[in-house]
Design a binder for this molecule. Sequence first.
Ligand code: UD1
Ligand code: MG
Length: 451
Amino acid sequence: MSIALVVLGAGMGTRMNSDIPKVLHPIAGAPMLVHAINAGMGLDPEKIIVVAGHGADRVKAAARAYDDSIEIVLQTEQLGTAHAVDQARSALAGFDGDVIVLYGDTPFIRPETLDKMIAARTSNDVVVLGFDAADPGRYGRLVMQGNALDRIVEFKDATEAERAITLCNSGVICANSITLFDLISAVGNDNASGEYYLTDIIAIARARGLAATAVTCSEAETMGVNSRTQLAEGEAAFQARARAEALENGVTLAAPDTVYFAYDTVIGRDTLIEPNVVFGPGVTIESGARIRAFSHLEGCHVSQGAIVGPFARLRPGAELAENVHIGNFVEVKNAVFEAGAKANHLSYIGDAHVGEATNIGAGTITCNYDGVMKHKTEIGARVFVGSNTMLIAPVKIGDNAMTATSAVITKNVPEGALAISRVPQDNKPGLAIKMFEMLKAKKAKRDKGTK
Ligand code: UD1
Ligand code: MG
C-alpha cells in the first residue's frame, strides 16, 4: 500500500511568542516538523505534503532542506483541521493510497504506532490514533461503540457525559485518500468554534456505513508543543528517551542526565561517554570509542577506539579513523585524521588531511582562511608537526617529515625533510640583570612622582 503523509503546520502558535513559525522550533537539533515527518518515514511514503500558513516560506525552506521532494501547500486562512487537510487535495489528485495526517507540532509519535494504524486499516476505512489522557482537558473525545469508533466530539461541543470520556483524539488519522477527501467534502462548520473539524469525518463515515476504529498509544507520544515551556518539556522528554535508548544499546553514560543527543545521533556499543558531552546533528560514533567530558560534536564520524576530549570540539566534516586521539582544546573542522593520528592539545585543524600515525604538536594551527577563501592542508603519514607550527594553506607536508617548533610553513615540505623557519636564538650575557635594574629604577621614579 502506498502512503502519503499530510503534515499540518499552518497554525500561528501564538503562545510561542515568536517570529519563527511554531513547527520550526527545534527539539534535539531538528525542527519539530522534521520529527513529525521522521515518524512517518518508516512507512516509506510516496508523497509528503506539508500544509503551511504562517511563515510558509520558512517552513518550505526547512522542509526542503530535510527532503527536497516534500510538497508545500498553502492554507492562507486557518479555518480548521479539515480545511487544512483539504489544501492537500489537488496535490493528491490521482493518488489512491492511504493518507496519514500528522501534526507538525506533535513530534513524538513513534513509527511503531503508525505501523499499528496501518495494520488496523486493513479492516477499517478510517483509523484514528487515541490515547488515555490523565487529564483530558480540552482534547476531542473518542466515542466508542465496542471496538468501533462512533464519532469524535470536540470539547467545546461535548455534553457533560461526553466530557467524562478519557479516551482522547491525538489528531493522527489514517484513511484511503479518495475516501478521506470525499468525507472532508461533507464537513461543515456549524459548531462551537465555527471551524471545519477533521474529526467530523468519523460520524460522516459511519453514516455512510464505513468502518472506523481507534488505535491507542501512550500519552507521551501525543504531547503537543504550544509554548516555550512545553518546548523545554519536549526537549527534556526527548533527551530522557535518547539516554535510555543509548544505555539499552550498550553505550556507557557516566552521567546520563548531562549528555545531550541530537535527533539523529548514532552511537555504537561499548562506547563510553563521559559527563557533559553535547551532540549536535549528524554524529556517528562507532563502537568502543571514548568521548571524554565537556566535548561538543556535530556533523562528524568517530571510529572504533578513538578518544575525543576532554574539552574537544568536532565540527562538520571531522572524520576520525581508528584509534585517533583528539585532546583538550582541539577544534577539528572538515578534516580527516587517518588511523592512529593524534592532536592532543590546543590546536585548530580545519580543511585538512592528516595521515596515519602523524602527531600534531600543541598549538598547531592550519591557517586555512585568507579572509576570502578557504585552503587545504595535506599532512602525510608518520609526520611530526612540532608545537606551535603555523601551516599556511594551501600547503603539503610529505610522509615522515618533521616541522621544528614554532615553524611558519609557507612552502611544501618534501617527504622525510625537517622544516625549520624561526629566527636563530641570540644570548646576550648579563643583559637580563641590566634590564631588571633599569626597569626597577624607572618604576621607582614613577611611584615617587605619583605620591
Ligand atoms: C485538535 C483536534 C482534537 C484533538 C487535538 C489534539 C480537531 C477539530 N480537533 O484540536 O480532537 O484532541 O487536536 O491535539 O481536529 N491546523 C492547521 N490549520 C488549521 C487548524 C489547525 O494547520 O486551520 C494545525 C495546527 O497548526 C496544529 C493542528 O492543526 O498543528 C491542530 O490544530 P489545533 O488548533 O491545535 O487543534 P485543537 O483545537 O488542539
Ligand atoms: Mg492543539
